[in-house]
Design a protein around this ligand. Sequence first.
Ligand SMILES: *[C@@H]1O[C@H](CO)[C@@H](O)[C@H](O)[C@H]1NC(C)=O
Ligand SMILES: *[C@@H]1O[C@H](CO)[C@@H](O)[C@H](O)[C@H]1NC(C)=O
Ligand SMILES: *[C@@H]1O[C@H](CO)[C@@H](O)[C@H](O)[C@H]1NC(C)=O
Ligand SMILES: *[C@@H]1O[C@H](CO)[C@@H](O)[C@H](O)[C@H]1NC(C)=O
Ligand SMILES: *[C@@H]1O[C@H](CO)[C@@H](O)[C@H](O)[C@H]1NC(C)=O
Ligand SMILES: *[C@@H]1O[C@H](CO)[C@@H](O)[C@H](O)[C@H]1NC(C)=O
Ligand SMILES: *[C@@H]1O[C@H](CO)[C@@H](O)[C@H](O)[C@H]1NC(C)=O
Ligand SMILES: *[C@@H]1O[C@H](CO)[C@@H](O)[C@H](O)[C@H]1NC(C)=O
Ligand SMILES: *[C@@H]1O[C@H](CO)[C@@H](O)[C@H](O)[C@H]1NC(C)=O
Ligand SMILES: *[C@@H]1O[C@H](CO)[C@@H](O)[C@H](O)[C@H]1NC(C)=O
Length: 512
Amino acid sequence: MRPLLSAAAAAAVLLLLLPLAAGQRLRGFSYQLDCGAASSSTDSRGLRWDPDGPYVSAGSARPLSVQGLLDPALASLRAFPYRTNAKFCYALPVDPNRRYLLRLTFFYGPTSTAPPVFDLIVDGTFWTAVDTADDVLAGSASHYEAVFPARGRNLTFCLGVNPDYTKSGPFINALQVIQLHDSVYNATDFTGSAMGLIARTKFGSIGDVERYPDDSFDRYWQPFPDRKHAVSSTHNVTSADFWNLPPPDVFNTALVAEQNSPLVLQWPPISLQNGSYYVSLYFADTLANSSRTLDVNINDYQFYEGTVTSAGLSVFATQWILSGLTRVILTSKSVLPPLINAGEVFGIFPIGRLTITRDALAMESMKRSLQNIPDDWIGDPCMPHGYAWTGVTCDEGQNIRVISLNFSSMGISGSLSPDIANLTALTDISFANNSLSGTIPDFINLGKLQRLHLNDNKLNGTIAQTLGTIQPLRELFLQGNDLGGAVPQNLLNKTGLTSKFCPGNQFTQPQC
Ligand SMILES: *[C@@H]1O[C@H](CO)[C@@H](O)[C@H](O)[C@H]1NC(C)=O
Ligand SMILES: *[C@@H]1O[C@H](CO)[C@@H](O)[C@H](O)[C@H]1NC(C)=O
Ligand SMILES: *[C@@H]1O[C@H](CO)[C@@H](O)[C@H](O)[C@H]1NC(C)=O
Ligand SMILES: *[C@@H]1O[C@H](CO)[C@@H](O)[C@H](O)[C@H]1NC(C)=O
Ligand SMILES: *[C@@H]1O[C@H](CO)[C@@H](O)[C@H](O)[C@H]1NC(C)=O
Ligand SMILES: *[C@@H]1O[C@H](CO)[C@@H](O)[C@H](O)[C@H]1NC(C)=O
Ligand SMILES: *[C@@H]1O[C@H](CO)[C@@H](O)[C@H](O)[C@H]1NC(C)=O
Ligand SMILES: *[C@@H]1O[C@H](CO)[C@@H](O)[C@H](O)[C@H]1NC(C)=O
Ligand SMILES: *[C@@H]1O[C@H](CO)[C@@H](O)[C@H](O)[C@H]1NC(C)=O
Ligand SMILES: *[C@@H]1O[C@H](CO)[C@@H](O)[C@H](O)[C@H]1NC(C)=O
């Protein structure tokens, strides 16, 4: 009996320990990345965090020697170099038909100078600038949260170096990308816009932040400092009735006005830029089998009038104009005083345009056949404005097109993909002074090409006669390679063309 017993005991221990060691992952294509971490970990709520290494090619890991951190994801960060107008991106495979909640955590640790300020970019759209200085003074981490639709099979999230802010490189401690249920925030049209979180509040709560596992998407519901009107409730409200799926526990507390007086809230607690906001309020009568009729005004405009029951109610506006400080006033139209349980406010902002798909695919293909490329060649090649890949210039007219590749003296090796010829808006190509090998592809489709500098590489093979038929071509530098055969006559004769074929190369005509 003894061996059997201990085997059973060992199995029990394993069952108890395994889920803890493995940790929970959120549903769908969701990511919890512990930036700069060397190994996976599980936080106090049982959520699993993975190192960010597989999803990013730039930056370096930096451990933080700060004692007593509650959140293990804060113990390290990834620091990116200070390189003007470079964007450093994470590429995360996602379901192209879903929308995603992104939460970023920034905690620079002790510093004698101001922490870096930088831009956040999602799939070519500028989202916001990150400035952690106030939080650093308060000794706390900074969180930024937004909801974006997927725009392809990868979602790219980038940190942009903007020299208008600080002269220091961006950093990040934690990146969460959480797939939302289709009904969550579905009143917003995500085909043209995204939402940045301003406030998500659990009214009547003065305790901890409500988050996973109560909220299955790990949204943070912040407490609200108003003890005077706070009440708690025990009856259950099924949040499945609410499209936004608020956690059931947000209905365990509420703010309730005194009898015969309105409830006046200054919420959200910050001054807002004039703009369009998504506002969602959640109510459930705190008494069982009870109801009350409310009138909700936001800045002197009626937001809602109707009846709240113990079964719960959510009311939202997708385009509510707010500016400066916001006052929410709830008055009762029935015997019982007004109440409120929870609310969310998001800023609405437009999603930017992307490089046309044909050009973006050609750039990805070009990238795949090259080595030792710059570490910012991830994400949209052109967008947002001012954040094109190193060496790339774009036209942001009716279509966003790549018009110039200047990759001279970058130490690039590999070969030239024939797909470069799909970039039909190109006027300039320079790969001068790199280590390219293989042959020169057929560029006949590049009908706007004016300058082609491939000099000082290790290219071999021959020069195609089609190059001479590109009408606008006026600079052709091919010297310093390993090319052979004869230079086509139409190139030697071409009027207005400045060309260099020698030295280097083994042409039969001209002889170098
Ligand atoms: C998508 O992201 C994965 C993981 O980061 C990467 O391996 C893959 O190359 C990316 N695909 C594209 C098209 O960028
Ligand atoms: C949002 O989702 C709910 C639940 O699936 C559905 O009943 C509702 O029609 C959806 N609303 C919109 C605008 O798609
Ligand atoms: C609410 O739900 C919890 C768990 O589902 C249950 O234990 C509790 O008894 C319920 N409370 C009421 C008042 O129904
Ligand atoms: C505030 O923003 C709204 C929409 O975003 C706009 O229509 C309105 O003119 C703006 N008001 C001011 C004073 O700028
Ligand atoms: C609430 O209503 C239900 C069904 O209508 C009833 O069973 C229950 O006893 C009521 N509870 C109270 C506290 O009145
Ligand atoms: C380049 O264009 C050709 C012809 O239109 C197409 O077959 C090929 O798939 C394109 N290459 C890429 C990488 O999109
Ligand atoms: C390409 O970039 C190099 C260095 O950045 C610069 O010196 C050169 O003038 C550029 N060439 C073109 C054609 O713009
Ligand atoms: C060629 O590129 C290397 C770096 O790869 C650089 O050190 C060198 O100065 C470049 N030569 C010229 C002539 O630009
Ligand atoms: C060109 O160089 C590659 C190696 O870089 C070699 O495999 C190939 O045979 C060469 N082609 C010619 C035509 O010399
Ligand atoms: C190029 O010029 C040479 C001499 O100037 C002439 O003999 C030849 O026919 C020309 N070839 C073409 C293709 O124009």
